[in-house]
Ligand binder design. Structure first.
Ligand SMILES: [Zn+2]
Length: 336
């Protein structure tokens, strides 16, 4: 028979008088700071995920329908992309009614997979872009390698350029999809498993159409060139998925805005520290954040909210955080 000790040592050796003398006194107003998610695909998430946006203070978002939130396993026709536009348009009001945030829309044609008849789509896009709910064109942008079917660079330029011309004509900003370099720190998986956390079918990734030393950066430079040809001012571009590979070019050599996608650091390596470093180096005037949450990818709805707290911990003041998560996206996308 085992013998029980007569007494348990329950007095914990903690004592407030031994805490560090420096008192951290964070402003509790950060808890209620409204924020804007300027790039997500919330219409593809669960109801509960959308509720989490509300509960964490997301006052407005830009729900993007263009196809990057999608990894088709086959070539794509114009109707397939138009379905994505119609789907988000038809659900927007019901989503807002349930969750209270303003759900604004961005519609676009992406180049991550070749589209069989892009001109049909681009012709129809003008009418769609004039809908009140549409606040941006995109996401779009040159892609170094496609999924399912390759798309030649000159054809991609034409598709991106037409959308930028339309944006200039309609005075809308463009959400630019910039390719991430990503991290190589992940584990090695068994073959056939793909990349856990991302529904992409890795065997369908095509040979790259950009083969230089830094195709991810080269893509962005071509986008900026295409914008100039299309008559779209650089300050009407929000370069999403900003990272350490492109942020210096974008903020030093262009007038583009940058948006850091903080929703899946396991894939991109990008988190609040990159945002803090960028604000410290270049100031907050052209910096934003987004979650890019979508149902094909392991993404975190709370990532912008967490980053708000983390930016403060890393020394960014409250007014600057407010500018980055609320005022900048409100002004660029013309939100109320
Ligand atoms: Zn996206």
């Amino acid at each position: 028979m085992s013998q029980q000790p007569a007494e348990y040592p329950t007095r914990r050796p903690t004592d407030e008088s031994y805490l560090d003398a420096d008192r951290f006194d964070p402003p509790t107003s950060l808890l209620n700071l409204p924020w804007v998610d300027c790039h997500n695909h919330a219409h593809t998430l669960s109801w509960e995920d959308r509720e989490r946006y509300s509960l964490s203070g997301c006052a407005a978002m830009v729900m993007v329908a263009s196809g990057y939130h999608w990894t088709p396993y086959k070539p794509v026709a114009a109707e397939d992309v138009q379905f994505l536009w119609d789907d988000v348009i038809n659900r927007k009001r019901a989503i807002e009614r349930d969750h209270l945030f303003d759900a604004n829309l961005a519609l676009g044609v992406h180049t991550g997979v070749r589209i069989e008849d892009p001109d049909t789509l681009l012709d129809r896009m003008a009418e769609y872009s004039r809908l009140d709910d549409v606040v941006a064109i995109g996401e779009t942008g040159i892609t170094p390698a496609q999924h399912a079917e390759s798309w030649a660079l000159d054809e991609q330029r034409a598709v991106v350029g037409s959308q930028m011309e339309l944006a200039a004509d309609e005075d809308l900003p463009v959400i630019l999809h910039t390719p991430n370099v990503g991290t190589d720190s992940g584990p090695e998986y068994r073959s056939g498993i793909g990349l856990p956390g991302y529904e992409s079918n890795t065997s369908l990734v095509q040979e790259p159409v950009l083969t230089g030393e830094n195709p991810a950066l080269e893509s962005v430079k071509i986008d900026v060139e295409v914008a100039a040809d299309a008559g779209l001012p650089e300050d009407r571009i929000v370069a999403s998925h900003a990272d350490t590979n492109n942020v210096e070019y974008l903020l030093e050599e262009t007038d583009c805005h940058v948006s850091f996608t903080v929703g899946y650091p396991w894939l991109t390596g990008i988190d609040a520290t990159d945002v803090a470093n960028t604000i410290e180096e270049y100031g907050p005037d052209r910096v934003m954040m987004d979650t890019d949450c979508a149902n094909i990818l392991k993404t975190d709805v709370f990532s912008v909210k967490r980053s708000i707290l983390e930016l403060y911990r890393q020394g960014i003041d409250e007014d600057t955080i407010r500018q980055v998560v609320l005022e900048n996206p409100r002004d660029v996308f013309g939100l109320d």
